[in-house]
Design a protein around this ligand. Structure first.
Ligand SMILES: Nc1ncnc2c1ncn2[C@@H]1O[C@H](COP(=O)(O)OP(=O)(O)OP(=O)(O)O)[C@@H](O)[C@H]1O
Ligand SMILES: [Mg+2]
Length: 281
Protein backbone atom coordinates (compact mmCIF):
# COMPACT_ATOMS: atom_id res chain seq x y z
CA UNK A 1 0.00 0.00 0.00
CA UNK A 2 1.24 3.45 -0.95
CA UNK A 3 0.90 6.14 1.69
CA UNK A 4 1.64 9.68 0.65
CA UNK A 5 1.54 12.34 3.33
CA UNK A 6 1.80 16.04 2.50
CA UNK A 7 4.03 15.36 -0.47
CA UNK A 8 5.39 18.41 -2.25
CA UNK A 9 7.74 18.76 -5.20
CA UNK A 10 9.08 22.19 -5.97
CA UNK A 11 11.13 23.28 -9.00
CA UNK A 12 12.48 26.73 -8.24
CA UNK A 13 9.40 28.73 -7.32
CA UNK A 14 7.05 26.30 -9.08
CA UNK A 15 5.11 23.90 -6.86
CA UNK A 16 4.64 21.02 -9.33
CA UNK A 17 3.01 18.87 -6.65
CA UNK A 18 1.57 20.69 -3.69
CA UNK A 19 0.86 18.96 -0.40
CA UNK A 20 -0.63 15.75 -1.75
CA UNK A 21 -1.86 13.03 0.62
CA UNK A 22 -3.10 9.75 -0.85
CA UNK A 23 -3.46 6.14 0.19
CA UNK A 24 -3.42 3.57 -2.60
CA UNK A 25 -4.06 -0.03 -1.52
CA UNK A 26 -2.38 -2.88 -3.34
CA UNK A 27 -4.14 -4.10 -6.45
CA UNK A 28 -5.99 -0.92 -7.37
CA UNK A 29 -6.07 0.51 -10.87
CA UNK A 30 -5.92 4.26 -10.45
CA UNK A 31 -6.26 6.87 -13.19
CA UNK A 32 -4.66 10.27 -12.63
CA UNK A 33 -6.20 13.05 -14.71
CA UNK A 34 -5.77 16.79 -14.98
CA UNK A 35 -4.80 19.59 -17.32
CA UNK A 36 -1.35 19.85 -18.80
CA UNK A 37 1.01 21.00 -16.05
CA UNK A 38 -1.26 19.82 -13.22
CA UNK A 39 1.56 17.71 -11.76
CA UNK A 40 0.57 14.22 -12.93
CA UNK A 41 3.99 13.19 -14.26
CA UNK A 42 5.81 14.67 -11.30
CA UNK A 43 3.56 12.73 -8.92
CA UNK A 44 4.22 9.46 -10.73
CA UNK A 45 7.95 10.13 -11.00
CA UNK A 46 8.20 10.72 -7.26
CA UNK A 47 6.63 7.31 -6.62
CA UNK A 48 9.51 5.48 -8.27
CA UNK A 49 12.02 8.17 -7.38
CA UNK A 50 12.75 9.43 -10.87
CA UNK A 51 11.94 12.71 -9.13
CA UNK A 52 12.64 13.50 -5.51
CA UNK A 53 10.03 15.06 -3.29
CA UNK A 54 10.92 18.34 -1.62
CA UNK A 55 8.96 17.52 1.51
CA UNK A 56 6.44 15.05 2.86
CA UNK A 57 6.63 11.28 3.08
CA UNK A 58 6.04 8.47 0.60
CA UNK A 59 5.83 4.99 2.03
CA UNK A 60 5.09 1.65 0.43
CA UNK A 61 4.41 -0.84 3.19
CA UNK A 62 7.54 -0.76 5.34
CA UNK A 63 9.59 1.06 2.73
CA UNK A 64 10.32 4.74 3.18
CA UNK A 65 10.56 5.56 -0.53
CA UNK A 66 11.89 9.07 -0.01
CA UNK A 67 14.86 7.80 2.02
CA UNK A 68 16.05 5.06 -0.38
CA UNK A 69 19.59 5.11 -1.71
CA UNK A 70 21.98 2.80 -3.56
CA UNK A 71 20.95 -0.85 -3.76
CA UNK A 72 17.68 -0.19 -1.93
CA UNK A 73 16.73 2.46 -4.47
CA UNK A 74 17.60 0.16 -7.39
CA UNK A 75 15.50 -2.62 -5.88
CA UNK A 76 12.61 -0.21 -5.48
CA UNK A 77 12.86 0.98 -9.07
CA UNK A 78 12.69 -2.66 -10.14
CA UNK A 79 9.59 -3.24 -7.99
CA UNK A 80 8.00 -0.10 -9.33
CA UNK A 81 8.17 -0.37 -13.12
CA UNK A 82 7.34 2.56 -15.35
CA UNK A 83 6.19 2.94 -18.92
CA UNK A 84 6.18 6.20 -20.85
CA UNK A 85 4.34 7.93 -23.66
CA UNK A 86 7.40 7.63 -25.92
CA UNK A 87 8.04 3.95 -25.04
CA UNK A 88 11.78 4.51 -24.23
CA UNK A 89 12.97 1.39 -26.06
CA UNK A 90 16.41 1.02 -27.65
CA UNK A 91 15.34 1.25 -31.31
CA UNK A 92 18.31 -0.56 -32.90
CA UNK A 93 18.12 -3.53 -30.52
CA UNK A 94 15.72 -6.36 -31.27
CA UNK A 95 12.48 -6.63 -29.34
CA UNK A 96 13.55 -9.66 -27.31
CA UNK A 97 16.70 -7.89 -26.08
CA UNK A 98 14.66 -4.82 -25.19
CA UNK A 99 12.39 -6.99 -23.07
CA UNK A 100 15.36 -8.73 -21.44
CA UNK A 101 16.70 -5.31 -20.44
CA UNK A 102 13.90 -5.28 -17.88
CA UNK A 103 15.98 -7.81 -15.95
CA UNK A 104 19.22 -5.80 -15.90
CA UNK A 105 18.84 -4.58 -12.35
CA UNK A 106 18.93 -8.11 -10.97
CA UNK A 107 22.01 -9.32 -12.77
CA UNK A 108 25.72 -9.08 -12.17
CA UNK A 109 27.62 -6.31 -13.94
CA UNK A 110 29.76 -8.88 -15.76
CA UNK A 111 26.71 -10.66 -17.16
CA UNK A 112 25.27 -7.31 -18.17
CA UNK A 113 28.45 -6.16 -19.87
CA UNK A 114 28.70 -9.42 -21.78
CA UNK A 115 25.03 -9.14 -22.68
CA UNK A 116 24.43 -12.69 -21.49
CA UNK A 117 20.93 -13.75 -20.67
CA UNK A 118 20.03 -17.18 -19.41
CA UNK A 119 17.74 -19.59 -21.22
CA UNK A 120 15.16 -19.10 -18.43
CA UNK A 121 15.27 -15.35 -18.88
CA UNK A 122 14.75 -15.70 -22.63
CA UNK A 123 11.81 -18.05 -22.10
CA UNK A 124 10.27 -15.60 -19.66
CA UNK A 125 10.79 -12.72 -22.11
CA UNK A 126 9.12 -14.64 -24.93
CA UNK A 127 6.24 -15.55 -22.61
CA UNK A 128 5.82 -11.85 -21.82
CA UNK A 129 5.74 -11.04 -25.53
CA UNK A 130 3.22 -13.84 -26.13
CA UNK A 131 1.04 -12.45 -23.41
CA UNK A 132 1.04 -9.09 -25.18
CA UNK A 133 0.38 -10.80 -28.53
CA UNK A 134 3.61 -9.67 -30.21
CA UNK A 135 5.92 -12.70 -30.02
CA UNK A 136 6.09 -12.77 -33.83
CA UNK A 137 8.19 -9.57 -33.84
CA UNK A 138 10.66 -10.78 -31.19
CA UNK A 139 13.68 -10.61 -33.49
CA UNK A 140 12.85 -7.32 -35.23
CA UNK A 141 14.62 -4.09 -34.26
CA UNK A 142 12.28 -2.29 -31.84
CA UNK A 143 12.50 0.89 -33.93
CA UNK A 144 10.76 -0.81 -36.85
CA UNK A 145 7.54 -1.48 -34.92
CA UNK A 146 4.36 0.57 -34.84
CA UNK A 147 3.72 2.75 -31.80
CA UNK A 148 1.15 0.32 -30.42
CA UNK A 149 3.55 -2.59 -30.78
CA UNK A 150 6.36 -0.59 -29.16
CA UNK A 151 4.22 0.22 -26.16
CA UNK A 152 3.39 -3.47 -25.78
CA UNK A 153 7.13 -4.24 -25.85
CA UNK A 154 7.59 -1.63 -23.12
CA UNK A 155 4.91 -3.36 -21.04
CA UNK A 156 6.59 -6.74 -21.60
CA UNK A 157 9.88 -5.20 -20.47
CA UNK A 158 8.15 -3.84 -17.36
CA UNK A 159 6.74 -7.33 -16.65
CA UNK A 160 10.28 -8.75 -16.81
CA UNK A 161 11.00 -6.63 -13.73
CA UNK A 162 8.33 -8.70 -11.91
CA UNK A 163 7.04 -5.44 -10.45
CA UNK A 164 4.71 -4.88 -7.54
CA UNK A 165 3.55 -1.61 -9.03
CA UNK A 166 3.24 -0.51 -12.64
CA UNK A 167 3.31 3.22 -13.31
CA UNK A 168 2.25 4.44 -16.74
CA UNK A 169 2.74 8.07 -17.76
CA UNK A 170 0.35 8.84 -20.64
CA UNK A 171 0.89 5.38 -22.18
CA UNK A 172 -1.66 5.92 -24.96
CA UNK A 173 -1.18 9.59 -25.79
CA UNK A 174 0.78 8.77 -28.98
CA UNK A 175 -1.47 5.94 -30.12
CA UNK A 176 -4.50 5.65 -32.36
CA UNK A 177 -7.75 4.56 -30.67
CA UNK A 178 -7.40 0.87 -31.55
CA UNK A 179 -3.84 0.61 -30.23
CA UNK A 180 -4.85 2.69 -27.21
CA UNK A 181 -7.51 0.09 -26.41
CA UNK A 182 -5.06 -2.80 -26.82
CA UNK A 183 -2.59 -1.14 -24.45
CA UNK A 184 -5.23 -0.22 -21.85
CA UNK A 185 -6.70 -3.75 -22.04
CA UNK A 186 -3.20 -5.12 -21.38
CA UNK A 187 -2.74 -2.88 -18.34
CA UNK A 188 -6.14 -3.92 -16.98
CA UNK A 189 -5.33 -7.58 -17.55
CA UNK A 190 -2.05 -7.24 -15.63
CA UNK A 191 -3.91 -5.48 -12.81
CA UNK A 192 -6.67 -8.09 -12.63
CA UNK A 193 -4.65 -11.27 -13.16
CA UNK A 194 -1.52 -10.51 -11.16
CA UNK A 195 -3.05 -8.05 -8.73
CA UNK A 196 -0.32 -5.56 -9.62
CA UNK A 197 -1.17 -1.99 -8.63
CA UNK A 198 -1.45 0.14 -11.77
CA UNK A 199 -1.29 3.92 -11.62
CA UNK A 200 -1.83 5.55 -14.97
CA UNK A 201 -1.75 9.19 -16.04
CA UNK A 202 -4.33 9.87 -18.71
CA UNK A 203 -5.37 12.83 -20.80
CA UNK A 204 -8.71 11.36 -21.78
CA UNK A 205 -11.48 11.22 -19.24
CA UNK A 206 -13.40 8.52 -21.04
CA UNK A 207 -10.42 6.16 -20.83
CA UNK A 208 -10.07 6.83 -17.11
CA UNK A 209 -13.76 6.13 -16.60
CA UNK A 210 -13.65 2.92 -18.60
CA UNK A 211 -10.57 1.36 -17.06
CA UNK A 212 -9.95 2.79 -13.60
CA UNK A 213 -11.75 1.86 -10.40
CA UNK A 214 -10.51 5.02 -8.88
CA UNK A 215 -9.80 8.41 -10.38
CA UNK A 216 -7.52 11.04 -8.90
CA UNK A 217 -8.00 14.50 -10.37
CA UNK A 218 -5.20 17.04 -10.09
CA UNK A 219 -5.18 20.78 -10.62
CA UNK A 220 -2.20 23.06 -10.03
CA UNK A 221 -0.30 20.40 -8.11
CA UNK A 222 -3.13 19.52 -5.76
CA UNK A 223 -5.50 16.56 -5.63
CA UNK A 224 -8.93 18.09 -6.19
CA UNK A 225 -10.88 14.88 -6.80
CA UNK A 226 -10.41 11.36 -5.50
CA UNK A 227 -13.15 8.85 -6.01
CA UNK A 228 -14.92 6.28 -8.13
CA UNK A 229 -15.57 7.01 -11.80
CA UNK A 230 -19.32 7.24 -11.20
CA UNK A 231 -18.74 10.15 -8.83
CA UNK A 232 -16.88 12.10 -11.47
CA UNK A 233 -19.77 14.37 -12.40
CA UNK A 234 -19.81 17.69 -14.26
CA UNK A 235 -18.97 19.61 -11.11
CA UNK A 236 -15.93 17.43 -10.44
CA UNK A 237 -14.81 17.72 -14.06
CA UNK A 238 -15.11 21.51 -13.79
CA UNK A 239 -13.01 21.50 -10.62
CA UNK A 240 -10.28 19.42 -12.26
CA UNK A 241 -10.13 21.16 -15.61
CA UNK A 242 -11.12 24.64 -14.48
CA UNK A 243 -14.12 26.75 -15.39
CA UNK A 244 -12.42 30.04 -16.02
CA UNK A 245 -10.93 29.38 -19.43
CA UNK A 246 -12.58 27.83 -22.41
CA UNK A 247 -11.74 24.14 -22.42
CA UNK A 248 -9.74 23.34 -25.52
CA UNK A 249 -8.09 20.35 -27.07
CA UNK A 250 -5.01 20.64 -24.86
CA UNK A 251 -6.97 18.94 -22.10
CA UNK A 252 -7.18 15.77 -24.12
CA UNK A 253 -4.47 14.72 -26.51
CA UNK A 254 -6.48 11.90 -28.06
CA UNK A 255 -9.80 13.67 -28.53
CA UNK A 256 -11.63 12.87 -31.74
CA UNK A 257 -11.61 15.73 -34.27
CA UNK A 258 -15.36 16.38 -34.12
CA UNK A 259 -15.14 16.80 -30.37
CA UNK A 260 -12.27 19.23 -30.58
CA UNK A 261 -14.40 21.95 -32.11
CA UNK A 262 -16.87 21.69 -29.26
CA UNK A 263 -14.08 21.66 -26.70
CA UNK A 264 -12.37 24.75 -28.11
CA UNK A 265 -15.52 26.88 -28.34
CA UNK A 266 -15.66 29.56 -25.63
CA UNK A 267 -18.90 29.26 -23.72
CA UNK A 268 -20.30 29.47 -20.24
CA UNK A 269 -18.71 26.84 -18.02
CA UNK A 270 -21.77 24.65 -17.77
CA UNK A 271 -22.47 24.79 -21.51
CA UNK A 272 -18.89 24.01 -22.43
CA UNK A 273 -18.71 21.11 -20.02
CA UNK A 274 -22.03 19.59 -21.00
CA UNK A 275 -20.81 17.88 -24.21
CA UNK A 276 -17.87 16.44 -22.31
CA UNK A 277 -20.07 14.97 -19.67
CA UNK A 278 -22.59 13.64 -22.16
CA UNK A 279 -19.85 12.11 -24.28
CA UNK A 280 -18.45 10.45 -21.18
CA UNK A 281 -15.25 12.42 -21.65
N1 LIG B 1 12.25 19.19 -14.03
C1 LIG B 1 11.48 20.26 -13.97
N2 LIG B 1 11.98 21.49 -13.82
C2 LIG B 1 11.20 22.58 -13.74
N3 LIG B 1 9.85 22.55 -13.76
C3 LIG B 1 9.28 21.35 -13.92
C4 LIG B 1 10.04 20.15 -14.03
N4 LIG B 1 9.19 19.10 -14.15
C5 LIG B 1 7.96 19.63 -14.15
N5 LIG B 1 8.00 20.97 -14.00
C6 LIG B 1 6.85 21.87 -13.93
O1 LIG B 1 5.97 21.36 -12.96
C7 LIG B 1 4.62 21.48 -13.39
C8 LIG B 1 3.97 20.11 -13.43
O2 LIG B 1 4.57 19.36 -14.48
P1 LIG B 1 4.13 17.88 -14.83
O3 LIG B 1 5.01 17.44 -15.95
O4 LIG B 1 4.14 17.06 -13.60
O5 LIG B 1 2.64 18.09 -15.33
P2 LIG B 1 1.66 17.08 -16.07
O6 LIG B 1 0.36 17.12 -15.35
O7 LIG B 1 2.32 15.76 -16.21
O8 LIG B 1 1.48 17.77 -17.50
P3 LIG B 1 1.27 17.10 -18.94
O9 LIG B 1 -0.17 16.68 -19.00
O10 LIG B 1 1.58 18.21 -19.90
O11 LIG B 1 2.22 15.94 -19.06
C9 LIG B 1 4.67 22.17 -14.74
O12 LIG B 1 4.46 23.55 -14.54
C10 LIG B 1 6.06 21.91 -15.22
O13 LIG B 1 6.51 22.92 -16.08
MG1 LIG C 1 2.91 14.64 -17.84
Amino acid sequence: MFQLRDVTCQFGRKLAVNNVSLTIPEGQMVGVIGRSGAGKSTLLRMLNRLAKSTSGSIRYGDIDVTALRGAGLRAWQRDCAMIFQQFNLVPRLDVLTNVLLGRLNERSTVMNVLGLFSREERIEAIAALERLGIEQVALQPAGTLSGGQQQRVAIARALMQRPKVLLADEPIASLDPLNAKIVMDALRDINEREGITVIVNLHTLDTARTYCQRIVGMAEGRVVFDGAAEHLDGQAVATIYGTEQAIDETMTSTALPERQAALARPATPSASLQPLVLAGL
